[in-house]
Design a protein around this ligand. Structure first.
Ligand SMILES: Cc1cc2nc3c(=O)[nH]c(=O)nc-3n(C[C@H](O)[C@H](O)[C@H](O)COP(=O)(O)OP(=O)(O)OC[C@H]3O[C@@H](n4cnc5c(N)ncnc54)[C@H](O)[C@@H]3O)c2cc1C
Length: 391
């Protein structure tokens, strides 16, 4: 019989939260349910995120969760950022992704790769009033991100950027963009350099906003760079090391997408349970039918499993452990769970679930993006396969 190593103190169960985490989670949950919820239907219909809510994200400290206090941030943990994304996404996945991109991609990249002068210049803004965006993808380079074509040429004290970016989340609201361009296309990934680009820089324009299936209130925009002048002082990290920033930032970002998807799944599940208890057929609530109970139980089990992957991975990141494999697994699995749960939610609502009068169809539409952005499911499988097979 194999023995069990007992550690003292024994590790806490993955579901265990500290008192501070419970307070933080409950505060975000209450804000999401009371303040965000009333706007959700209209924001989805119009495809526009309510600006007053973004202002409130800043006021609540949700846009600079991990940023150190000296720069005006909450000095919190990555785990808390994950809790915030989960709670917001239970009500609206668009709200979730705004806070997710800000914290897990943009702030993370800025905190990790900026020099002190850049920290002083940008971190206080990210906590107080400036939305951030992360611009890697282009029309011709998605999964093959390092085939990007956007060029940066040094001219005096500026880099001059030319090219286009596509699919950039928060594009409409953002004031600061972490943008990848190449200083030498013939050098392949070694030419890729990360720049901090401000909306006001000459030659920078936000182009077309996409009209989408889901997360419609989250802006997804084209960026156009026409002789866009970016001061040399705005290179993020080292010239030619942008690929490393891109990869490592996305590794963390993927945990955030896992949180968005698990939050969404929980929101859909809660609506399904409530509806099943109210809807009567054959003289009783449909929740009294074992067929429905089994579906609800299956959904709950998958959400719990996804959340365990998610929380474990976020805790690993905070503990400084390697987490690349777990992050890919989290995003892969949580996006699968979200799609399955949201789909079952539509079915439990029956015909009503297919209409826009009820929330089920929006959860279903919103769930689809989890398998696409920040690396498609196939890209996550490639990463996992590489790491588990040692290839
Ligand atoms: C709403 C939305 C928001 C986004 N936000 C951002 C953002 O903020 N910043 C940003 O930089 N990008 C963003 N993106 C872009 C997103 O990351 C890309 O769409 C994604 O990486 C996939 O790239 P692609 O669309 O070019 O698809 P492709 O790379 O063309 O993939 C098409 C299909 O081929 C499969 N495939 C490709 N290569 C392989 C392979 N080697 N093996 C097996 N299958 C493969 C893919 O899995 C997919 O199923 C966003 C996209 C959307 C839709």
């Amino acid at each position: 019989m194999s023995s069990i190593a007992v550690q003292h103190p024994a590790p806490a169960p993955l579901v265990a939260l500290t008192d501070d985490e419970v307070l933080f989670r409950d505060t975000v949950r209450q804000f999401a349910e009371e303040t965000v919820q009333p706007h959700v239907h209209e924001m989805d219909e119009k495809g526009v995120f309510e600006p007053a809510l973004v202002k409130q994200f800043f006021e609540l400290g949700l846009m600079g969760i991990e940023i150190p206090e000296q720069y005006g941030g909450g000095a919190g943990t990555f785990f808390e950022a994950i809790l915030a994304v989960e709670e917001l996404s239970a009500v609206d996945a668009s709200a979730g992704v705004i806070v997710d991109v800000q914290n897990t991609l943009v702030n993370n990249a800025l905190m990790r790769w900026t020099n002190e002068e850049q920290k002083k210049r940008y971190l206080p803004r990210m906590c107080s009033d400036t939305v951030g965006a992360y611009a890697l993808s282009e029309a011709g380079s998605g999964s093959d991100a390092f085939a990007l074509q956007c060029r940066a040429e040094l001219k005096g004290d500026d880099y001059v950027l030319n090219g286009q970016k596509l699919w950039i989340t928060n594009g409409k609201e953002a004031g600061v963009f972490i943008l990848m361009a190449t200083i030498d296309a013939s050098a392949g990934y070694k030419g890729i350099t990360a720049f901090i680009v401000e909306k006001e820089f000459p030659g920078f324009t936000v182009g077309k906003k996409e009209d989408k299936l889901g997360i419609r209130a989250s802006s997804t925009c084209e960026l156009i760079l026409e002789d866009c002048r970016v001061p040399k002082a705005n290179v993020l990290g080292e010239v030619g090391k942008g690929y490393k920033i891109a990869i490592e930032t996305l590794n963390e970002g993927r945990i955030g997408i896992g949180a968005q998807m698990i939050g969404l799944a929980r929101g859909a599940w809660e609506h399904a349970v409530k509806y099943a208890q109210e809807r009567k057929q054959f003289g009783k609530a449909i929740a009294d039918f074992q067929g429905i109970q089994f579906q609800i139980a299956q959904m709950a089990t998958e959400i719990e499993a996804g959340r365990m992957l998610l929380y474990n991975c976020a805790r690993m990141k905070d503990a400084g452990m390697p987490f690349v494999k777990e992050a890919a697994m989290t995003k892969l699995f949580c996006s699968q769970v979200a799609e399955r749960v949201a789909s079952l939610c539509v079915e439990i609502y029956g015909g009503y679930g297919f209409t826009k009068d009820y929330p089920a169809e929006k959860y279903f539409r919103d769930s689809k993006i989890g398998k696409i952005y920040e690396g498609t499911s196939n890209m996550q499988l490639l990463t996992i396969a590489k790491l588990v097979m040692g290839k």
